[in-house]
Design a protein around this ligand. Sequence first.
Ligand code: 5GP
Length: 188
Amino acid sequence: MELLKKRILQDGKCFEGGILKVDSFINHQMDPVLMKSIGVEFARRFGSTNVNKIMTIEASGIAPAIMTGYLLDLPVVFGKKKSPKTIENALHTTVHSFTKDRQYDIVISSDFLTPADNVLFVDDFLAYGNAAIGVIDLVNQAGASLVGMGFIIEKEFQGGRKRLEDKGVTVESLAIIEDLSHCQIKIK
Ligand code: 5GP
């Protein structure tokens, strides 16, 4: 997606340890016009599948997921990182966070992830694939089906795609970062 690639090169900042900061348009301040284009692109890539629910994880996945859900006229559900006391029929999984270097739980109610759901998972980044593998676990626990996974930015050099494709998952990324070493952003 050319618009996104241009924006990453223009406004993205590279940090030690293979971290790309896109705080000015995705992760902190958000650009709704770009986000709409991201939704259009996910809708184009997955619109002809049997998807009937969009799933993401809070917080940064919510914006692209809601845009995609709006354009495909489908419900959107997000995994929560803190389990509310009032949650009913909770499914849990544990994920290792690469950026925060710690474990966290993702919780989702089986009221909103069910065997009737054909799920498209949408998120901001694909790095090592840990969050995505946690989502596969939740989808399996719920007895739902996974249609595919769409990421705004994939860091190819961290190997997440291979882990997911080895499990038979269809992966689509809108911008693929080949390398971030020496703090230079190299996009495919
Ligand atoms: P993974 O689970 O694939 O290793 O990492 C994906 C999650 O970690 C994403 O949901 C994202 O929140 C976060 N993440 C991974 N790499 C980066 C990065 O370079 N920049 C930012 N902003 N978040 C990242």
